[in-house]
Design a protein around this ligand. Sequence first.
Ligand SMILES: Nc1ncnc2c1ncn2[C@@H]1O[C@H](COP(=O)(O)OP(=O)(O)O)[C@@H](O)[C@H]1O
Ligand SMILES: [Mg+2]
Length: 298
Amino acid sequence: MDRTGMPIAVVASRIRREERLILESFERRGVRCEHVDPRKLTVLLADGRPPYRAALMREVSHSRATSVAATFGALGVPTLNRLGVLDVCGDKLRTALAFHAAGLPIPRAAAAWGVPSALDAMAKLGHPVVVKPVTGSWGHLTARVHDDEQGRAILEHRAALPNPQQHVFFLQEHIDKPGRDIKSYVAGDRVVCAIYKNAVGDWRTNTAIGGAATPCPITPELTELAVAAAHAVGGGFLGVDLLIDREGRMYANEVNHTPEFHGAIDATGADVAGFIADWAVAEIESLEAGGHREVSQR
Ligand SMILES: Nc1ncnc2c1ncn2[C@@H]1O[C@H](COP(=O)(O)OP(=O)(O)O)[C@@H](O)[C@H]1O
Ligand SMILES: [Mg+2]
């Protein structure tokens, strides 16, 4: 493979610890790479292919990530993850539909497009019920609802928000988890690392709202569900959220297409950035060799 030709673009408007480690991991492997900040990027369509061998998408803004991936893809620069994967993972309803189609265990879920029908869905799912925006992360605006009065208040407030995406109501059965859930990191066919996210002062376990990471053993059951969930959304390098109830049953919750992993590194010592670099190089080589991407991402 020609590692000295065009660089791999690491597309990110912010260089966090994750992106710095990924850039360092490429460099350590002798793979040319370059940080590309989309806010400083100009793409003239008539110029043809942008000067990148491939693009590793690490952009946290979903609209920027999808539009850069669409632009690069159309002009001949393959992106990891693929646009279709970003699209599905960026929408919790579409992710749940992909899981459902694949027959995976998931919390019972409903979609509704008006306050009365969302209240009806709540009654059918039974309280407590979880209401979350179809787009968003870090636990933002994800609410656990205990009764109809609270539900109506939350839904009415959602309906009053200006962003039309907030008017798509996605509801899930609440899984009574023992104070923690699981984040697993999947590269292609393998789980490279997994952590428990332990709730600290909140029912949500997101690290961004104080959740603490501890190592989680990678059992065959975890691997089977995490890899199946990653495949269901199209595969790649992905962060897969799993919920686990008090009886130990596991459910697929959501998939992050640009997962943060500093908590996982600190908790487990796993070289997640190194796994990403190795996976990305293998994917790109397979693409360049004319391999079938659908197959090679599995
Ligand atoms: N159906 C559910 N049952 C129990 N806990 C949930 C459920 N959905 C979400 N949570 C909790 O809320 C957190 C945030 O929800 P999630 O769907 O992962 O959205 P995001 O992380 O994108 O904000 C999860 O990590 C989990 O701790
Ligand atoms: Mg999550």
